[in-house]
Design a binder for this molecule. Structure first.
Ligand code: ATP
Ligand code: MG
Length: 443
């Protein structure tokens, strides 16, 4: 798989960093993000970076010092400087130090794109020409553009330990992606340890994560390693990170910053080398804005961000997934795969899948168990048929009343003529439904 250029973004302003991240992804680059220079230098130390975009004015060490550092330690690495305070002296100085472009805030997306193209142009064009991305990647099914982008980003994590944050609705495959990152990496032979941060009580999480020594607390009768030690050399997957309490967030931050952990009750810290992958189906950035998730930890965990698309955003992959699960489950059950006629497949593709791939997987599993040959309309769950798109019969525009009539008919059909259920689905009371049906049954 061809690699796309990667770009390290450095800015202390949260919104600017996210804006840059979005723009870089849209341009086909893989963004790494850091909200301060110290973290940025760490990323540079362990990842291959093709371009750096940095802010100048930041608390602590400023962008100018980063540019200086880059010219000494990474000569030839293209640097694009962004600043909110245009200052000719600064501009001259950063250019002398080797920055190739200087962009003043506020800038348009177009100006940003031009500036990036100026320093990287040829390489972007190269990356766009490739199209050899597979449609199955470590068991992940999907060839929609968002999925290909995902595989490229996973490829980018192969040889470094940059932290990864995976976000996406429930059932979109976050855990699957976390495993793919691990098994695609240089450290695939080392352990992959998954921890559900929401499932462990607060008092226990610290000893679970970092381990404890004998006598650390009542009941600690032996030394016991924590998840960090168990994952040493490999990957620690922190699932549902949004549920980590403030105390645990603070401990995690310290562990990441120091790269050392201290077992509960121990006096000496120990060194561990782990890649941290976190996942969340809440909007962590919104939690940062609300003050319920630490911003410093957010950026520490989120050097690389992978946002998984909802299934309804990649409908072209739905038949692929149906086929995959159909084959898998029928093989497990020793049956021939089911047939999904086009009309059925259309209905399945038109559904909004609030539970995403997991919901689809469960439905196909159920069908393979219940059916023997061909899937029929009546085999699909009622709520799915209600959402089926209208067949564009005549293509003519209809009145609202007509749309309502058709919709009521479909809901009734789906509920097997049960008016109480239909009224409930439609969000109206039985009496109103009866009124509406009177017109329907009229001459
Ligand atoms: N792209 C995919 N290809 C094949 N199977 C998938 C894909 N995405 C998800 N699945 C399957 O769907 C199920 C849910 O995936 P997973 O557990 O990774 O989702 P999740 O995002 O972690 O969900 P949650 O937020 O509820 O924990 C699993 O059985 C997984 O194998
Ligand atoms: Mg999960």
């Amino acid at each position: 798989m061809n690699q796309r250029p990667s770009v390290l973004l450095v800015d202390d302003a949260r919104d600017m960093l996210e804006l840059l991240r979005r723009n870089m992804t849209a341009m086909g680059l893989t963004p790494f993000a850091a909200n301060n220079v110290v973290d940025a230098i760490e990323v540079l130390g362990n990842s291959q970076v093709d371009l750096v975009i940095t802010d100048l004015n930041m608390p602590g060490i400023g962008g100018l010092q980063l540019v200086k550092y880059l010219s000494q330690h990474h000569p030839g690495l293209p640097v694009l400087v962004i600043t909110g305070y245009p200052d000719l002296n600064n501009a001259v100085e950063v250019m002398k130090l080797g920055a190739l472009e200087y962009l003043v805030k506020p800038f348009t997306q177009e100006e940003l794109r031009k500036a990036v193209e100026n320093v990287l142009g040829a390489r972007i064009v190269e990356a766009e020409a490739e199209d050899d991305v597979p449609e199955v990647f470590h068991g992940i099914i999907g060839r929609a553009p968002a999925m290909r982008e995902l595989y490229r980003t996973i490829e980018r994590t192969r040889n470094n330990r940059a932290t990864v944050l995976i976000t996406g609705e429930s059932g979109t495959g976050k855990e699957m992606v976390a495993r793919a990152i691990h098994y695609n990496s240089t450290w695939s032979a080392a352990p992959f340890i998954a921890v559900n941060c929401g499932a462990i009580p607060d008092q226990l999480l610290e000893s679970e994560l970092f381990g404890h020594v004998k006598g650390a607390f009542t009941g600690a009768i032996t030394n016991r390693a924590g998840f960090f030690q168990a994952a040493d050399g490999g990957t620690l997957f922190l699932d549902e990170i949004g549920n980590a309490s403030p105390a645990v967030q603070a401990k995690l931050l310290r562990a990441i910053q120091d790269k050392r952990i201290t077992m509960l009750g121990a006096t000496k810290p120990q060194q561990v080398e782990v890649r941290l992958i976190s996942a969340s189906n809440n909007d962590l950035l919104a939690m940062v804005r609300q003050g319920t998730f630490r911003e410093d930890l957010y950026y520490r965990l989120n050097v690389i961000h992978m946002q998984l698309p909802a299934l309804r955003e990649r409908t072209t992959d739905i038949p692929l997934l149906v086929d995959h699960f159909n084959k898998r489950f029928s093989k497990e059950l020793g049956k021939a795969p089911l047939r999904f006629p086009p009309r059925i497949m259309d209905t399945i593709t038109g559904y909004i899948w609030p539970g995403n791939v997991r919901e689809l997987e469960n439905m196909v599993h159920r069908l393979v168990i219940m059916k023997d040959r061909t899937v029929e309309m009546e085999d699909l769950p009622a709520h799915m048929k209600m959402q089926a798109p209208q067949p564009a019969s005549t293509g003519a525009l209809t009145t609202l009343a007509e749309v309502e009539r058709q919709h009521i008919r479909r809901v009734l059909e789906a509920t097997g003529g049960n008016k109480t259920k239909a009224a409930e689905v439609l969000g109206i009371d039985r009496k109103t439904l009866r009124e509406k049906l009177k017109g329907e049954e009229g001459p």
